[in-house]
Write a protein that binds this ligand. Structure first.
Ligand SMILES: [Zn+2]
Length: 504
């Protein structure tokens, strides 16, 4: 393909890209801020605070978009699954159409090559998308950050984990650094089934002074359907799993022990298995507050949600929004904001104790659960069309820097595409190779970081889990380099045989 026809191809593609970028730009200028922040109790917008992205995230915005689009949906897992199905079907259709067109031009239309091209196209696109999502799940790339105007507002995460829990990936320091990057100034470290005095990990390290205050606590099963968090002022008392299980009325016993012996407060998890009738019973048992939003478990059903809201309003029980962060992904969507006049002048430990006191006193007027975007059950139609709905939402959230990133990356890749074609290298395959090279390197870095977390804290789970992205990244990087070298060696054999836009 030469001369005028080639120029027509470039112009057509340039126009499509320009149109897409213009749509993104217009949507971002609408200032609809679909991410809020919202009060998680009634989804009204909250004044005096905003959610924003880290400025440096804009540097690789288009790469992050396949993760950020489903990450802001009501239920990440549902959206992610549906998006992958859509992408597989679209890639297969695109591959089959390209083969059909090529076959028609060569007057050799056969069904099997068309089907095989569709399957290959779906596999390549689907696996690339999965690799990008894996990178953002294993790598802690920060998402939303809550910024509050009033310095006397305490921004807390009342439920998260460190490597003291058997299924968490990050050390105390990494946990607190991440919380700082997402706008928190207090974090409750609620380890599974054991109370651990985290201050023993600080030693003489003065860098902790600049990190959020923390509360040591635990998360325990207190019944077949119930899980409670104990936030402790004094975490020195022994608290083992079997002791909780020994008592028939475990929620009441647990609450009493946390209140009396640890000087603490109790928060109830609102997991899916909880029956609506359990809420009032748990309040009677001494629970001081409930999670109305949990980033790790966003799937609370409407009946339970109504029951939690009604019971807690009637009984004056505070509601909180927590991350349940174990070290997976860097996304944060839930914050508990506590109004506490004069708290900016308090020391870190005084601020942590104030949070416990506010919970114990059931100060629900001053405790606001805050979320970025809607979290929870979505309608069937919303779920099925979530790739479109969430892409529109994502575009409306974009800041000026993130939109500029889209423009720069798109035109840079387009220019590289044209350049590669002109020097005789298959542009689609080469650019895909560069992309997977970058993702492979990112996965290796994420794996090394996780293994480092395990070594520092003598925990085996981050080491075992870190080997996965490390091995996957090494494999992807090796294969990508091999593909790139092969394409470079084939240089020159392309011109005149392939459209500049027909892929590898
Ligand atoms: Zn948890």
């Amino acid at each position: 393909m030469e001369g005028e026809e080639l120029l027509k191809h470039y112009r057509k593609t340039g126009l499509i890209l320009f149109f897409g970028l213009t749509v993104i730009t217009v949507l971002s200028c609408l200032h609809t801020t679909p991410q809020g922040p919202f009060d998680a109790r009634d989804y009204t917008r909250i004044a005096g605070m905003r959610v924003e992205f880290h400025p440096w995230e804009a540097l690789f915005e288009p790469l992050a978009s396949p993760f950020l689009i489903p990450a802001g949906s009501p239920d990440f897992q549902v959206s992610c699954g549906i998006m992958i199905v859509w992408v597989l079907l679209a890639a297969a259709a695109w591959g089959m159409f390209a083969e059909f067109r090529a076959g028609r031009q060569n007057r050799s239309l056969r069904i099997w090559p068309i089907l095989l091209k569709g399957i290959r196209s779906a596999l390549v696109t689907g696996s690339t998308l999965m690799l990008i999502i894996c990178l953002f799940v294993a790598g802690r790339i920060p998402g939303w950050r809550l910024v509050v105007d009033d310095p006397d507002l305490i921004v807390a995460d009342l439920h998260c984990h460190t490597t003291k829990s058997p299924d968490a990936l990050v050390t105390l320091k990494t946990n607190l650094k991440w919380h700082a990057s997402c706008g928190y100034n207090v974090a409750a470290l609620t380890e599974h089934n054991q109370l651990f005095a985290h201050e023993t990990l600080m030693g003489a390290d003065s860098s902790f002074d600049r990190l959020p205050a923390f509360i040591s606590g635990l998360e325990a099963h207190t019944g077949p359907r119930t899980m409670l968090l104990g936030l402790c002022r004094d975490p020195q008392i022994p608290f083992e799993k079997q002791k909780v299980d020994e008592y028939p009325d475990r929620s009441a016993w647990f609450s009493n022990k946390i209140h009396e012996e640890c000087g603490g407060a109790v928060i109830g998890l609102t997991l899916k298995r909880l029956a609506p009738g359990d809420i009032a019973r748990l309040v009677d048992d001494g629970v001081d507050g409930f999670e109305i939003a949990n980033s790790g478990h966003p799937e609370m059903g409407p009946d339970l949600r109504r029951e939690v809201l009604d019971t807690c309003r009637a009984r004056g029980i505070p509601l909180v929004a927590s991350t349940d962060w174990h070290g997976w992904t860097g996304m944060s969507r839930a914050w508990t904001v506590i109004r506490a006049p004069g708290s900016s002048a308090l020391s870190r430990s005084e601020r942590a104790n104030l949070v416990i006191r506010k919970l114990r006193e059931h100060d629900s007027a001053d405790i606001i659960p805050v979320v970025a975007g809607y979290m929870g059950d979505a309608s069937l139609a919303h779920s099925i069309f979530s790739p479109i709905v969430e892409t529109l939402r994502y575009a409306q959230e974009l800041s000026a820097a993130r939109v500029i990133s889209w423009w720069i990356w798109t035109w840079a890749i387009f220019a590289l595409w044209v350049f590669l074609y002109r020097i005789g290298i298959a542009p689609g395959g080469f650019l895909l190779g560069l992309l997977t090279c970058a993702v492979g390197l990112g996965l290796i870095a994420a794996g090394i970081s996780l293994i480092g977390q395990g070594i520092v804290s003598a925990a085996s789970y981050p080491i075992h889990f870190g080997l996965l992205p490390l091995g996957l990244g090494a494999g992807v990087l090796g294969y990508s380099i091999f593909s790139l070298v092969t394409l470079l060696r084939l240089r020159g054999g392309l011109r005149g045989h392939e459209s500049p836009l027909s892929g590898s």
